[in-house]
Design a protein around this ligand. Structure first.
Ligand SMILES: *Cc1c(COP(=O)(O)O)cnc(C)c1O
Length: 391
């Protein structure tokens, strides 16, 4: 019999350390520093000779519990939690890269990630090549002697393109470069990139890991030697997670798989319904057989996830009519919440890139993105039906 605890058990149990009071639920330690028994213990803690809490920029028992639980769920040796998803990506880059290094990044990554690599870190001598997310030959061709890291997001936002992680891990291994995957959209409940050969996983815990839109957080996970290196950056530079935020996310993980499964089911039902509407030109959802990478997505992910994009006939005017016709859906670019959200990427998240770049990356004027939550799917359909002119 296999005695290793399964995912659902780890989600509610892994990492918990009880205090002297033997509390049932995980304790929240709101303290910025810790006291030592004597001068010698202080010296040992500071030198790292002895494990233990020192100062909340780099140690707190609630944060440790979150890191251990998340590591168990991702199948990682180690995890460092950070103040936000961007703090996780920044910490990874600052710890593992240096001036003169080259990285290869899938083109459709989160906007702030594009800005971080392409503008801010470029000023410090980091060179980035952007490649189409699904084109393995393009990654192989872009890797050169100075390449240190390949960074991808899958499924991509908003068009849900799927990166073949097993294939890309093979390309990276052959070239001797690290593969980092932003696993924000799937979470370990649906996709485990480390098991598919990735070296690092990064998270915006702000999204599905919290799951209820309450706090910011992030994490970097992987082999201990890599995560120990990454940890040096937040430890020294300070984009560390608040113990309160860590506690909220720790509790969010307990329902992660239930939420991801239910939200994926809602998303699939909504995607099927949208595909049947004459006002809808095209639906992008990895769980639909019409998705060009349906086979790959079915192999790589346990479900399609909760992001559904679709194109309405009639361009911006028709798309805005759908947005403005909603009464239930939240009009916001946020995602990863139990509350369903709708956004028009061309005029919001992707509004600052040129019309030509937008067109090339498939962000048309008629495109809408929905991050499906936990409401009744019939209510969601009724809310969209008004703007789509369905009677
Ligand atoms: C939101 C998001 C981030 C950034 O996370 P923050 O917690 O907002 O800093 C990074 N990657 C993806 C895919 C995201 O959706």
């Amino acid at each position: 019999m296999n005695e290793e605890p399964k995912f659902d058990t780890l989600a509610v149990r892994a990492g918990q350390e009880r205090s002297q009071f033997n509390e049932h639920s995980e304790a929240l330690y709101l303290t910025s520093s810790f006291v030592f028994a004597n001068a010698a213990e202080a010296a040992r803690r500071f030198s790292g000779e002895e494990e233990g809490m020192v100062y909340a920029r780099f140690s707190n028992p609630t944060v440790t519990m979150l890191q251990q639980r998340l590591a168990a769920l991702e199948g990682a040796e180690a995890c460092v939690a950070t103040a936000s998803g961007m703090a996780a990506i920044l910490s990874m880059a600052m710890a593992l890269l240096k001036s003169g290094d080259h990285i290869v990044v899938s083109r459709a990554v989160f906007g702030a990630t594009q800005q971080l690599f392409g503008t801010i870190l470029a000023r410090f001598g980091l060179d980035t090549t952007w490649v189409p997310a699904t084109d393995l030959a393009a990654y192989r061709g872009a890797i050169g002697p100075k390449t240190r890291l390949v960074f991808v997001e899958t499924p991509s936002n908003p068009l849900t393109e799927i990166v073949d992680l097993t294939g890309l891990a093979g390309v990276c291994r052959a070239a001797g470069v690290l593969l980092a995957v932003d696993n924000c959209f799937c979470t370990p409940a649906l996709q485990r990139p480390l098991a598919l050969g990735a070296d690092l996983v990064v998270h915006s815990a702000t999204k599905y890991l919290d799951g209820q839109g309450r706090v910011l957080g992030g994490a970097v996970l992987g082999r201990r030697e890599l995560v120990d290196e990454v940890f040096k950056f937040p430890r020294t530079a300070g984009p560390s997670i608040s113990p309160f935020n860590a506690w909220v996310i720790l509790k969010g993980l307990e329902t992660l798989r239930l939420r991801m499964r239910a939200q994926s089911e809602n998303a699939l039902a909504l995607a099927r319904w949208l595909e049947a509407q004459s006002a809808v030109e095209r639906v992008y959802y990895p769980g639909l057989p019409s998705h060009p990478q349906f086979e790959l997505a079915s192999r790589q992910q346990a479900a399609g996830g909760a992001i559904v994009s679709f194109e309405v006939r009639g361009g911006r005017e028709a798309a805005w009519k759908v947005v403005d016709g909603t009464r239930l859906l939240s009009i916001t670019a946020n995602l990863g919440d139990t509350k369903t959200t709708i956004t028009h990427p061309a005029s919001t998240t992707h509004g600052r890139i040129s019309a030509q770049d937008r067109a090339e990356s498939g962000i048309t004027e008629g495109l809408l993105r929905i991050a499906v939550g936990l409401e009744d799917v019939g209510d969601l359909q009724a809310d969209l039906a008004r703007g789509l002119g369905v009677t």
